[in-house]
Design a binder for this molecule. Structure first.
Ligand code: FES
Length: 136
């Protein structure tokens, strides 16, 4: 049985959509069930300023994507990387035991997007350092 909060997020998911000026976009799926999520983040400095997503999945996948977006927006990258599946489930007043794995989808997508973002930042820093060294 789903909690009222799960049902509310499932019926009125927050932050659904695309971000035209995303800092990073990643598609992330659960091969076990076939559900997937396309996630967009806008990062400014070290803070997630916006998150949008499109999700193809079960009611729990939709509700957890919705609440994950609420938990992620306004967090620093480090704090967002520490967000756990359990915290997402708690924010929804729990998930049925057989649906706990569904909370992995949005949290996994968020982590994957942040890792891609951070690796691109590192690559950009290397390029800048190389071009600075070339001009000396
Ligand atoms: Fe796949 Fe819920 S059954 S995320």
């Amino acid at each position: 049985m789903y909690s009222l909060k799960v049902m509310e997020h499932f019926c009125n998911p927050r932050n659904v959509g695309y971000l035209e000026e995303a800092s990073v976009a990643v598609q992330y799926g659960d091969p076990a069930c076939g559900d997937c999520l396309l996630i967009f983040l806008r990062v400014e400095g070290n803070v997630i300023r916006d998150m949008k997503y499109k999700v193809l999945g079960c009611a729990a996948a939709i509700a957890t994507a919705s609440v994950t977006s609420e938990l992620a927006i306004g967090r620093t990258i480090e704090a967002a990387l520490q967000l756990t599946e359990e915290q997402v489930a708690e924010a929804l007043d729990g998930l049925p035991p057989g649906k706990m794995h569904c909370s992995n989808l949005a949290v996994g997508a968020l982590r994957a997007a942040l890792r891609v973002y951070l690796s691109r930042q590192e690559e950009a820093e290397v390029v800048i350092r190389r071009s600075e060294a070339d001009t000396r």
